[in-house]
Design a protein around this ligand. Sequence first.
Ligand SMILES: Nc1ncnc2c1ncn2[C@@H]1O[C@H](COP(=O)(O)OP(=O)(O)OP(=O)(O)O)[C@@H](O)[C@H]1O
Ligand SMILES: O=C(CO)[C@H](O)[C@H](O)COP(=O)(O)O
Length: 405
Amino acid sequence: MAVSTVYTTQSLNSTCSISTPAKTHLGSHQKHVVLFRRTSKRGSSGSCAIKCSAGDSQTVVIGLAADSGCGKSTFMRRLTSVFGGAAEPPKGGNPDSNTLISDMTTVICLDDYHSLDRTGRKEKGVTALDPRANDFDLMYDQVKALKSGVAVDKPIYNHVTGLLDPPELIKPPKILVIEGLHPMFDERVRDLLDFSIYLDISNEVKFAWKIQRDMAERGHSLESIKASIEARKPDFDAYIDPQKKYADAVIEVLPTQLIPDDNEGKVLRVRLIMKEGVKHFSPVYLFDEGSTISWIPCGRKLTCSYPGIKFHYGPDTYFGNEVSILEMDGQFDRLDELIYVESHLSNISTKFYGEVTQQMLKHADFPGSNNGTGLFQTIVGLKIRDLYEQITSSKTAAPLEATKA
Ligand SMILES: Nc1ncnc2c1ncn2[C@@H]1O[C@H](COP(=O)(O)OP(=O)(O)OP(=O)(O)O)[C@@H](O)[C@H]1O
Ligand SMILES: O=C(CO)[C@H](O)[C@H](O)COP(=O)(O)O
């Protein structure tokens, strides 16, 4: 087992070097084993992931799960925008990197933990959704290391070539988002998440979006799109969909109920399902917390063309958990009028009046900006900022409290 590059990180109190990657060639794919070796000034050795965790900064880890083509990238763009600064691939690195880095956030795509490349999957007859095509041990080791303030050498799955490329160095960010097919599949990885989101796109809507992207933008045929959705469905049902029961927030996207028998999939009914009792997260509510409310905001203050807009809010249960659900069916005609809706929502974790509307206007060209997908993604982005601020302020406040006691 050959150990190659040695990286050093000084992001925390002590200096850690990471000897990685140790590569063993297993058939058509490479397995990366990351070893941590501490070379602190005191000269002790051991597990850097544990010994380097006592710094004054902390990485907050967010998981975002969804099938491919379900709006993860769009959501990520909205989320990173809430924290300011542009998110870009690592500078001077692999042009096909899936990672996006901004001042506050690093988004890593879990496709990078595919253990089988495209040919390997074909040979073994497994899809990328199958756990056997993914290296959960490495995913766990690396997310744990990053959360502990230790840089890692993460593999890259190249979507252009279908091969596993040489790894890239990922330093511990303030906020680490792990997005992809399986962020909540492995219990060990799930336990590292400070907050988790599942994008639940109904089959009808997924199909409409796939057609829009893969047919219009990538030149695929209708038959091939149908075939690819069908081929993925058994593994999607077995391994991806069940993760939604673990999510702290689910954004469910369904066909509208405002147009009888609608099959165009353009007008959407979107539900934001928010778990109660999650630390550092208080669900958003409409008018009155805990009540059940239906609201049609169309009228003097909100312009609505057919089929209009309908909100619903209330308590519910979801996979046995108590939740609050906020629902929006329909679409906005004028985005600037969204301020009227925003002013009736509470617990949205804005820093100033109109921040949701401002964010939505800023990204008016993103898919879903005129409906509940954009609205709820933006709100979840603000809730994550709030969660991050609460976690980091409670960490810095802790020693003070200990002193008082
Ligand atoms: N909220 C939305 N409303 C309408 N269409 C959308 C929405 N979100 C995504 N789409 C459509 O789905 C396509 C895929 O979106 P996006 O690239 O964000 O998904 P993804 O999950 O990151 O996909 P992949 O994993 O395949 O890269 C977009 O090009 C767009 O056509
Ligand atoms: O489900 C997916 C997640 O994005 C992809 O299909 C998977 O990563 C395989 O990628 P490719 O089709 O490029 O080989």
